[in-house]
Design a protein around this ligand. Structure first.
Ligand code: AMP
Ligand code: MG
Length: 357
């Protein structure tokens, strides 16, 4: 398949190009497009054949459901059985934006889109190109992240092209995704809403709108008996080609430990990389040192984490160490993605007074 590449600026959207992309989706084709979270791989959510094509293009297991993207609040009632009061409140605060809500699905949503589930995930993105495309495509676009299954989610069109050129009809290059991490997913089909995937909208932010919120217990751990409630969370994900390990502990110890490992790997002829922060980036000896920004600036760290993982691949880095981050607030989403990218390979260094005891 020949993939058309189209550049569109969010501030100056070319209606002709959007029209053309919308026609492709209405005819059952696939278009990759920018959103504020990451790039999406879009097809008609109401067409089972389109959803099948999405799974095939990504190489994604077909039990991993797709998120349906809408552009207007009025369009929600057609695809869900009921809209709980909590959903109305959340939509008022966080839509359009990086929040996905799970509802009981209406009959018009095919099981191919929901991975066989009776529930459907819905999000209203804020990116203007995405919204214009959803309208042009008839109102409902099913879109997972636009990467081959298992790879880091793409935040720029270059990485979409790398993964999907020749596998989709069109790729829209709309610049860099601002948030850089996928949406928060919240399940509203239970009595108490449950966070199934942490994201830019934090638990604290959700609690400002809802009385109580639970978190899926299987999220941050590995090897628990219970499978996560979002089927996609059980797969290894976001993985760079190099072997990634997260190192947690006091900053000085972490630097010392990582440098020691790097020395060994370099001796063995392996190319090494480190994910560091402003505070520590100057202290490492690795071949490639990526500075994710100031440690307190979690939004900045979140926005560049997937790009950094892809850059290591571009540079042929074989062994990667990442400093751990605090799992509060947005740090929860950052650590969730890093842990999955590392296949839960974490070194926890004992505190110095623990060593003395
Ligand atoms: P992605 O589109 O790559 O960001 O992945 C979508 C995520 O949403 C996956 O982790 C899915 O498992 C999750 N998801 C989509 N629909 C549902 C649903 N109906 N119930 C639970 N999780 C869902
Ligand atoms: Mg994904």
């Amino acid at each position: 398949m020949k993939t058309q590449l189209v550049k569109i600026e969010e501030e100056r959207i070319n209606p002709g190009a959007i029209e053309k992309a919308g026609e492709i989706i209405k005819a059952g084709g696939l278009v990759a497009f920018p959103t504020e979270t990451v790039y999406g791989l879009g097809g008609d959510a109401l067409n089972p054949a389109s959803s099948k094509k999405i799974y095939a293009a990504k190489g994604r297991p077909s039990d991993n459901p797709l998120i349906v993207h809408i552009a207007e609040m009025e369009d929600l009632s057609r695809i869900v059985r009921r809209i709980p009061e909590a959903a109305c409140r959340l939509a008022r605060w966080y839509w359009p934006g990086p929040l996905t809500m799970i509802f009981e699905k209406a009959d018009c949503i095919p099981r191919e889109t929901t991975g066989g589930l009776e529930t459907v995930a819905v999000r209203m993105p804020s990116n203007r190109i995405a919204r214009a495309l959803i309208r042009a495509a008839g109102g409902y676009i099913a879109a997972p992240s636009a990467n081959r299954s298992g790879r880091p989610s793409p935040t720029v069109a270059r990485y979409v092209i790398e993964d999907l050129d020749g596998r989709v009809d069109m790729i829209i290059d709309g610049g860099e995704a601002q948030i850089g991490l996928e949406s928060t997913i919240i399940d509203l089909t239970e009595d108490t809403p449950v966070i199934l995937r942490p994201g830019y909208i934090t638990e604290e932010a959700l609690k400002e709108v809802l009385e109580s919120v639970d978190t899926d217990a299987a999220l941050m751990e590995s090897g628990t008996d219970k499978p996560p409630k979002a089927p996609g969370m059980k797969y290894r994900h976001y993985a760079p080609k190099g072997n990634l390990t997260i190192v947690e502990g006091q900053p000085g110890q972490v630097i010392e430990y990582i440098n020691e490992q790097i020395r060994k790997h370099k001796k063995a002829g392996r190319k090494t990389g480190v994910i560091a922060t402003d505070e520590t980036a100057g202290s490492y000896y690795a071949d490639s040192i990526k500075n994710a920004g100031q440690r307190q600036d979690e939004a900045q760290i979140a926005s560049c984490i997937f790009r950094i993982l892809r850059e290591f691949d571009d540079e042929g880095i074989e062994v990667i160490y990442a400093e751990g981050f605090d799992s509060q607030g947005l740090g929860c989403a950052i650590m969730n993605r890093l842990l999955k990218a590392a296949g839960h390979q974490v070194i926890r260094l004992p505190e110095e007074d623990e060593i003395k005891d």
